[in-house]
Ligand binder design. Structure first.
Ligand SMILES: [Zn+2]
Length: 250
C-alpha cells in the first residue's frame, strides 16, 4: 500500500463522491492506494480486511490518533473522545488467513445445516436500498449462502427462521471482527458506560472530503495569484505549495 499522490487522491475523492453508497467511497480510496491489487480483488475482501486496509491508509495519511465527538445516551452530554488506531485494530493483518476463513463457514442449529462465506463489498453494493435492518440482513445472507439444509431438504434463504438469521449474523461478526468495531465509552458527566459502533469508512471519508476541499481552495488561491494551471499546482509538493501560500499571506 502507498499513500496516493495528490492528483490520484483527488481523482479517488471525485469518484467516491459520485458513489451512491459509502462502500463505493471505501473502494475508490483503496483502489488508489493498493496499486498492487486489482479493484475486483479489493471489492472481494471481507469487510474486516477492507476496513483494516482503510485504517492503515488513514494512519499513513493523517496519523494514528483518531478523535470524534459523541453524545452520552444517558445524560445527552457531548463528549470528545480520542483513541489510537491501534486500539481498534482487531486482526493484525487482513492477510491470507482471514481470506481463507472467509471462504467457508458453517452453522448447525435446530436441524438446519448452513454453509456460507463472509460478506464483501460487492455484497454490500448489491443490497437493495431503503430496506429495514432485518431485510438487509436477510438479503445479505441470501448473497453469502452456499448451502442451506433443513434435515435433508434444501431450502432457500427466505425460508430461514429469524433466530437462524440472527445466529448467522452473529457468527459473521465473530469471524470478521474488524468489520464491526465497537468502542467502549464512558461519560465523564454521569458515569454511564456504553458501546458505540465506529465506522472507519464514514470517519475517514469525512477527513478525505475536508482534505480535498482544502487542496482545491489552495489551488484556487494560487491559480488566482500566479495564473498557474491546476495540474502544475497539484504537481508541487505539499511543502512547496504551502510556502507559496505563506508568501501570499505575508
Ligand atoms: Zn452522561
Amino acid at each position: 500500500m502507498q499513500v496516493p499522490s495528490t492528483q490520484d487522491l483527488l481523482a479517488a475523492w471525485e469518484h467516491g463522491r459520485a458513489a451512491p453508497r459509502p462502500t463505493g467511497r471505501a473502494l475508490a480510496l483503496l483502489s488508489a492506494a493498493c496499486v498492487d491489487m486489482r479493484p475486483d480483488q479489493i471489492a472481494r475482501l471481507t469487510i474486516g480486511a477492507r476496513d483494516h486496509l482503510l485504517l492503515t491508509l488513514r494512519r499513513k495519511m493523517f496519523g494514528a490518533r483518531l478523535a470524534a465527538v459523541t453524545r452520552c445516551p444517558a445524560c445527552q452530554a457531548n463528549l470528545e473522545m480520542e483513541f489510537d488506531a491501534d486500539d481498534i485494530v482487531v486482526a493484525p493483518t487482513g492477510g491470507t488467513e482471514q481470506q481463507e476463513r472467509a471462504k467457508g463457514l458453517s452453522l448447525r442449529l435446530d436441524g438446519y445445516d448452513i454453509a456460507f462465506r463472509l460478506p464483501n463489498s460487492l455484497d454490500l453494493l448489491a443490497l437493495p436500498g431503503g430496506g429495514s435492518v432485518d431485510e438487509s440482513k436477510r438479503h445479505l445472507i441470501e448473497r453469502v449462502l452456499q448451502r442451506a439444509l433443513h434435515g435433508d431438504r434444501e431450502i432457500s434463504a427466505a425460508e430461514l427462521p429469524r433466530a437462524l438469521i440472527d445466529a448467522l449474523d452473529q457468527q459473521m461478526s465473530r469471524a470478521d471482527p474488524q468489520g464491526e468495531v465497537r468502542l467502549n465509552l464512558n461519560c465523564a458527566e454521569c458515569e454511564a458506560n456504553w458501546r458505540a459502533p465506529f465506522d472507519i469508512v464514514s470517519y475517514f471519508w469525512s477527513e478525505i472530503d475536508a482534505w480535498a476541499i482544502g487542496v482545491l481552495r489552495d489551488v484556487h488561491r494560487l491559480a488566482r495569484a500566479y495564473g498557474w494551471p491546476e495540474g502544475d499546482i497539484l504537481a508541487l509538493s505539499p511543502m512547496r505549495r504551502q510556502c507559496y501560500l505563506d508568501m501570499l499571506d505575508a
